[in-house]
Design a protein around this ligand. Structure first.
Ligand code: WTA
Length: 665
């Protein structure tokens, strides 16, 4: 009850926020005009996508993708059955759709604009060059023993070769499994083993923000415990002196020399897996979300076209990393499927200075820019003097991965976009493959902080988490679910279909459950409230508190650990850990540092707790369940609102924890 009451004013507030229409100036500088004439056409098409999904998606699949063999069944299966399939009988190849059809038309068109870590080191790759390099690497992979259906692990920095590696896998029907290059060797090892990858693609080193990252060394460490890996393809990025394991490691530049510049694309069934991408959930072990070919590609192409208003000749810049879903769909697939240029940025927004993003946008005449609010908060704080005045080509400014606060939204709109570009706050997940609730640039009116309206084919439902019933009408709050399957939804958790069903499809039978809370305001606009499970969002990185706890407990001195997310001005949420230590250990700063190091080692630097509190005991119920809610309240300074603590097995620990937190602050 108390929670509901606390949520109510948020909706009331939402009523008062301004509505922003697509800026007139954006339409004036448009190379032609948006793909839809306005909100009415969106509504018409949306209606068709819900009432006649097979007609709607069948048409778009033929319009936006090139099939080797046409499909007959647009959709089969159901959410309840967990057996959704799209475009059966259809045969298609992802790399053909991303490369060949554009290369044939115009081989000199720029596919990749590479912005290296050092501003002067970049280059461009044309569609013709991309076809040749992808073909050669495809041969190399075959030579390393990769066959259709095999998974290949990719552990690469943000360089053009990451895209080449991804597309080379797709070309021969191998399933790419990109592991974010910020993950530790332990995390990489777990993913290589879970996916049963026999080949890993990596680089000697990476370069980011002026610092070197020992990519190959991390791979070597991981592979010590992966006896099944028989081949490692190493791209020379920095020329560092690195050990090569004989009979296993080969150099990219040496191997590609041996092969011709064209290989025919493998004909894949629409439902053949295209990739795995591991993501965090409520329980410790990361899930390998499996995406298939036809449906995923259609989701990427359709959202690219309508959400970002992509037109021929555009230069699209997504600041996400290929190690996350944002990079998969909007650095690689969407822009390349639509035949435009995609910016691949190796560095950080703060290197060599806070103008880096804006310099890239100006220098490459970027038309769409897409980034997580965490970067915007950093840049807003750095000061408006860093933002370039020009950037005249920008038409769309996207936001992704976490809620964007109204004041950051307005800063993005006014200071970055000069009120000449539309903000699109896009809500989606690794599991959804592409945007699900989002404005369409040039079409949908927006309200700062709302992801606005459902994308085509998405039928949202607000569900009462207590009764499990759908709440109809507007001005409602609950958890967010979807009622119909859509083409780019993940089909399973790799090797764990039961877990897939339990996490997403059996929670509310007949619905896909997102794990997020949401409200629908009086005009039907959606407001994402954040996760209702144990997932935290740090700088747009999705982390599981359970996974961090599991990492901490691996440390010999830790008896128990509880991890919670707390609001953080810069990173959105931050990880705070409470640990009790085993007898014989002393609560010192050195030990706290060791615990942080333990998480960095076990998961990766980005998961490191911002604070570690060593406490005598954790607040537990008599049955031993850790009450994380109490820890959250204490961190938020709401000690007076802890509620009933008499049910704890030892209520006196609360006082001790409060003291520990106060001392640390
Ligand atoms: C959150 C990232 C608010 C949400 C694409 C979701 C958002 C999780 C938004 C998925 C948004 C994503 N507004 N919250 N526009 N977009 N989220 O899998 O909690 O890394 O469930 O995919 O990020 O994170 P993931």
């Amino acid at each position: 009850m108390a929670q509901d009451a606390a949520k109510a004013p948020v909706v009331a507030e939402a009523h008062e926020v301004d509505t922003f229409h697509p800026p007139q100036k954006m339409l004036e500088k448009h190379p032609s005009k948006p793909h839809l004439s306005g909100l009415e056409e969106y509504q018409q098409l949306y209606k068709e996508s819900i009432t006649e999904p097979t007609k709607f998606w069948g048409r778009l699949a033929r319009e936006l993708l090139t099939w080797h063999k046409d499909f007959q069944t647009v959709r089969s299966g159901s959410l309840a059955g967990g057996d959704v399939a799209w475009f059966l009988e259809g045969e298609i190849n992802a790399s053909y759709n991303c490369i060949d059809r554009h290369a044939f038309k115009d081989p000199n068109r720029v596919a990749i604009i590479y912005e290296a870590d050092e501003p002067s080191d970049g280059r461009t790759v044309t569609y013709g060059e991309l076809l040749r390099e992808v073909s050669r690497v495809a041969y190399v992979l075959r030579d390393l023993g990769v066959r259709k259906g095999d998974t290949v692990a990719i552990y690469l920095p943000m360089i053009p070769e990451a895209l080449v590696a991804i597309l080379a896998c797709a070309r021969i029907g191998a399933v790419h499994s990109v592991v974010f290059a910020g993950f530790s060797s332990d995390s990489l090892r777990d993913r290589v083993i879970d996916a049963r990858s026999k080949v890993v693609i990596t680089s000697d080193e990476g370069k980011r923000g002026g610092k070197l990252i020992g990519t190959k060394k991390i791979v070597d460490d991981a592979l010590r415990q992966c006896p099944d890996v028989s081949g490692v393809l190493v791209f020379k990025r920095t020329g560092a002196d690195i050990p090569m394991t004989k009979g296993r490691d080969v150099w990219w530049h040496e191997e590609v020399e041996k092969w011709p510049s064209y290989i025919a694309p493998e004909r894949m069934s629409s439902e053949d897996p295209l990739f795995l991408l591991y993501t965090s959930g409520s329980t410790g072990k990361p899930k390998g979300m499996m995406h298939t070919t036809g449906g995923y590609l259609l989701g990427a192409a359709t959202t690219g076209k309508y959400v970002f208003d992509i037109h021929e000749g555009d230069r699209f810049f997504c600041g996400g990393d290929v190690g996350w879903i944002t990079g998969h769909t909007y650095v690689v697939y969407a822009p390349l499927l639509l035949g435009v240029s995609t910016v691949v940025f190796e560095g950080t927004p703060a290197y060599p200075n806070f103008s880096r993003y804006w310099d890239i946008i100006e220098n490459h005449k970027v038309t769409q820019f897409y980034v997580a609010p965490t970067a915007l908060r950093l840049l807003k704080r750095a000061g408006n003097q860093h933002v370039r005045n020009e950037m005249k080509h920008l038409r769309v400014l996207g936001s992704v991965g976490e809620p964007i606060a109204a004041e950051v939204w307005k800063w993005y709109f006014e200071v970055v976009g000069k009120e000449e570009a539309q903000i699109v706050d896009t809500y989606w997940q690794t599991e959804t493959g592409s945007h699900v609730i989002t404005p369409l640039a040039g079409v949908t009116p927006t309200k700062p902080g709302s992801a606005s309206l459902p994308f085509f084919g998405i039928e949202p439902a607000i569900i009462d988490p207590v009764s499990g019933e759908e709440i109809h009408g507007n001005d409602v709050e609950g958890v967010l679910a979807f009622k119909q399957p859509w083409p780019s939804m993940a089909r399973t958790v790799w090797g764990a279909h039961k877990r897939y069903m339990e996490t997403y499809l059996n929670v509310y039978k007949g619905y896909y459950f997102t794990g997020d809370g949401a409200g629908r305001d009086h005009e039907g606009f959606y407001w994402i409230r954040g996760r209702v499970d144990d997932v935290v969002n740090v700088s747009g990185h999705r982390l599981s508190t359970a996974e961090i706890e599991a990492a901490l407990i691996e440390h010999a001195a830790i008896a128990e650990a509880a991890v919670v997310g707390v609001a953080d001005e810069l990173t959105g949420q931050a990880v705070n850990a409470f640990v009790s230590i085993k007898d014989g250990n002393e609560a010192t700063d050195a030990l706290r540092k060791e615990f942080i190091l333990q998480v960095r080692r076990s998961i990766g630097p980005f998961a490191a707790p911002k604070a570690v509190f060593i406490v005598p005991d954790l607040p537990k119920t008599r049955s031993g369940k850790i009450m994380r809610r109490i820890l959250r309240k204490i961190l938020a300074g709401e000690e007076d609102q802890l509620g009933d603590i008499t049910t704890l097995s030892d209520p006196s620990v609360v006082e001790k924890i409060i003291n520990t937190v106060h001392e640390a602050k």
